[in-house]
Design a protein around this ligand. Structure first.
Ligand code: FAD
Length: 456
């Protein structure tokens, strides 16, 4: 039997660790190993935590150990023939970009923040604006290493221990500690993006634009004005993009492969909750539609294109001290139009302001047993944590269930356990793998307990 991790590492009590949305979670004890290989899972419940960009309670183990991977940040090897980078699980996407963009390589799939760890990206099987073309993160992972509950590190890949690999991709850290990830990067000619913004007048037009298979532009996303009502419901700015070629970048730019980021602007304090109401959000959305919709075609640096929110430090503070939640769902193609309409109508009727309303198209489902993406459309909405949010959330989930869709676990902090098997039909297969590798349930998080992911 392995010693308790708390006996081999200094501990720090964290009474108020939260997810990115800032809603309070139970007390936990933090551990920060210097090398994951020296670290063995203990008997008390535990979960890994990367950069804490999951919105809800996935990376917190209340009444147990939350194991930080921030010191596991070494890049181990790079093969410039194949583009495969082998790195420890705590290495961030930002570090990879800084190191590899100047060498002409880019991430094959990236979420909307670069402040994520490789381990967190595999455990949530994250997606980007190019899912309909390139699939989810795990599709570009050639192999990984993981320490499951028995403490014996294993190599996992689509060919080796593949059951554990596909349970780990999207498995929310419940299959063990990911120690290393090998990721296949993709070649780029410049660090610039060629972007096209198209305003749409309503939801149908937005979906029609996103549905176009535009092979030239692998990235696409629509920013919806979610306070527009009536005939304008679902109006948006559709943003298509691709990596720019050398001939397209501004002549004055002599650095065609610039891996630097825009300077972050601070959000120095929490906004009082009354500031964020449907009128301020409406004003913001109208301004946004007007400005972004009229930009047409242009080239821009990769950082503001992929990571607009990273430009504001602690942007979550604009939702006030009580934090916020993000509801991200995916609805299958056949029910997407009606389902999205029902969601947007509910949001506008409720008067609950959502600054962020992002719609993307997903390609076919991958192989991860609990991976979120499945063929259809995904909508992400942010809501300030105000009274009545639970009931409102249940109504949103009801629409998603009726439409045969699912909610993204790494964003969730409110879903009910009985929805899980309907949303994730491969749950039993996942539980079978868990029973094999972690029969006594050493890996657990506030999320896994709330949703009974591991089963009884
Ligand atoms: C502004 C913003 C934009 C975002 N945009 C997108 C997007 O476009 N697409 C998308 O898919 N997601 C998006 N996300 C969510 C984000 O990509 C995921 O939450 C990602 O998992 C965060 O990585 P992390 O290192 O912060 O993980 P954490 O939040 O720390 O953890 C997330 C999960 O990964 C597990 N985990 C972390 N490290 C390990 C490890 N070493 N071993 C085992 N399990 C581990 C944790 O236990 C937890 O279950 C966004 C988040 C933000 C804040």
């Amino acid at each position: 039997m392995h010693p308790e991790p708390s006996r081999s590492l200094p501990e720090k009590a964290a009474p108020s660790l939260t997810g990115w949305g800032g809603s309070p979670a139970g007390p936990t004890t933090l551990l920060r190993p210097e090398k994951m290989r020296d670290f063995k899972p203990g008997e008390s419940p535990q979960i890994a935590r990367g950069m804490g960009r999951g919105y809800g309670d996935a990376a917190i183990c209340g009444e147990g150990h939350t194991v930080l991977t921030e010191r596991l940040d070494r890049m181990l090897s790079f093969d410039d023939e194949t583009g495969v980078l082998r790195a420890e699980a705590g290495v961030s996407l930002a570090d990879i970009l800084t190191t590899f963009v100047p060498r002409g390589w880019f991430l094959p799939v990236t979420p909307g923040t670069k402040f994520c760890s490789l381990g967190g990206c595999l455990a949530a099987d994250v997606h980007g604006k190019n899912h309909h073309v390139d699939g989810a993160f795990s599709q570009h992972v050639t192999s990984a290493r993981i320490i499951p509950a028995d403490g014996a590190e294993r190599i996992i890949s689509p060919d080796k221990n593949s059951d554990l690999f596909w349970a780990t991709a999207g498995g929310m850290g419940l299959t063990g500690f990911i120690t290393e990830v090998s990721l296949k990067l993709k070649k780029i000619e410049t660090s610039w993006m060629a972007v096209k913004h198209t305003p749409t007048k309503d939801l149908d037009q937005t979906l029609d634009f996103l549905a176009i298979d535009d092979a030239e532009n692998p990235y696409s996303v629509a920013w919806i004005d979610c306070l527009a009502t009536g005939e304008k419901l679902g109006r948006s700015v559709v943003m298509n993009g691709r990596h720019a070629a050398i001939g397209e970048i501004p002549l004055r730019e002599n650095n065609k492969l610039d891996g630097s980021f825009s300077k972050q602007k601070p959000m120095p304090f929490y906004l009082p909750s009354f500031v964020l109401n449907k009128f301020t959000v409406k004003a913001f959305n109208s301004l946004f539609n007007l400005r972004q919709g009229s930009r047409g075609e242009f080239v821009t640096k990769f950082d503001p294109y992929f990571y607009p929110l990273d430009g504001i430090k602690n942007w979550g503070r604009m939702y006030g001290k009580k934090g916020f939640v993000q509801h991200q769902c995916v609805l299958p193609h056949e029910s997407a139009r009606d389902g999205l309409r029902a969601i947007l109508e509910l949001v506008t009727e409720s008067g609950r302001a959502s600054f962020l309303a992002v719609l993307k198209k997903f390609g076919p489902e991958g192989r991860g047993m609990l991976s979120f993406p499945t063929g259809g459309y995904t909508l992400a909405l942010d809501f300030a944590n105000k009274p009545g949010l639970d009931e409102f959330h249940d109504r949103l989930d009801g629409i998603v269930l009726n439409a045969g869709g699912r909610v993204y676990l790494v964003k969730d902090s409110r879903m009910k356990a009985d929805s899980l098997p309907y949303m994730y039909p491969r749950l039993d297969e996942f539980r079978k793998v868990l029973r094999q590798y972690d029969p006594s349930g050493k890996f657990a998080s506030d999320l896994s307990r709330r949703l009974n992911i591991a089963g009884d």
